[in-house]
Every structure is written in structure tokens, then in C-alpha cells.
Design a protein around this ligand. Structure first.
Ligand code: THU
Length: 128
């Protein structure tokens, strides 16, 4: 699967976002070892802190289906800037990044994207 294909899946997933409060739809597509992809969108809640980001939705879907080795995650939002994962999502994904090689593809409305290693975005991850 190419970066563009994964990003397209993230964009499609953003159409499912439940965002009555922020109106900011985010989609994620998480590629697992072996090639299976889980998508996710953000799901907001009237208790705003209970909102779940697109990246964590995808991650929880994968882990709950028995997939916990991840290669890449693509993120899409109709935003001017690149939609990078929030701090909570970085930490959440880092839980499953034991080798430090998960790649994060963050795109923006015009289709351009940037690529980072999760470890670059969250060095010195909390663990115990
Ligand atoms: N959001 C995500 O889905 N992923 C992120 O990494 C950052 C923020 C969502 C949460 C909320 O529904 C909306 O974007 C505005 O913060």
C-alpha cells in the first residue's frame, strides 16, 4: 500500500467523524504488520474531555481485533496545516511502538503530507 492510498483511507474515514462541537473532522488509517488496515474517526462527546481522537479510535479497533503491531498511521483533516497527532494520541500509539519504527503520515486539505517517526514526535516516552 502506498502512502497516498493510506492517506485516502484516512480521508474517507474522516467522513464518518462525529463532530457536532468542534466541526473538525479527522480520519486515521492504521496499517498493521501483515497489511491489514484499521480506520478511525474522531467521536466527540458533550462532556468534551470524553472525546476520542481518530488515531485512538483506529488503534483501539486494531488492538481489540488482535492486531497490535503497527507500521504506519495516516491522518487527515480538512485543515490548512498538517494534522499531527495530539499528545495523548502520541503516547497511546507509543504503547505499541516497542521498536520505535511506527511512521506517522500527517496530511492537510491540499493533499500534501509530512512523514515522521512516532519516536521523533514523542521522544523519551513514558513507560514503566
Ligand atoms: N482530534 C483528533 O481526532 N486527532 C488529533 O490528533 C487531534 C484532535 C480531534 C479531537 C476533536 O474532536 C477535534 O479534533 C478538535 O480538537
Amino acid at each position: 500500500m502506498t502512502d497516498k492510498q493510506l492517506l485516502t483511507m484516512a480521508r474517507e474515514a474522516s467522513s464518518k467523524a462525529y463532530v457536532p462541537y468542534s466541526k473538525f473532522a479527522v480520519g486515521a488509517a492504521l496499517e498493521c504488520k501483515g497489511g491489514k488496515v484499521f480506520t478511525g474517526c474522531n467521536v466527540e462527546n458533550a462532556a468534551l474531555g470524553s472525546t476520542i481522537c481518530a488515531e485512538r479510535t483506529a488503534c483501539v479497533k486494531a488492538v481489540s481485533e488482535g492486531f497490535s503491531e503497527f507500521l504506519r498511521i495516516a491522518i487527515y483533516a480538512e485543515s490548512e496545516g498538517y494534522c499531527l497527532p495530539c499528545g495523548a494520541c502520541r503516547q497511546f500509539l507509543a504503547e505499541f511502538d516497542k521498536n520505535g519504527d511506527i511512521e506517522v503520515l500527517a496530511s492537510r486539505a491540499d493533499g500534501r503530507y509530512v512523514s515522521y517517526r512516532l519516536r521523533e514526535l514523542l521522544p523519551h516516552t513514558f513507560d514503566f
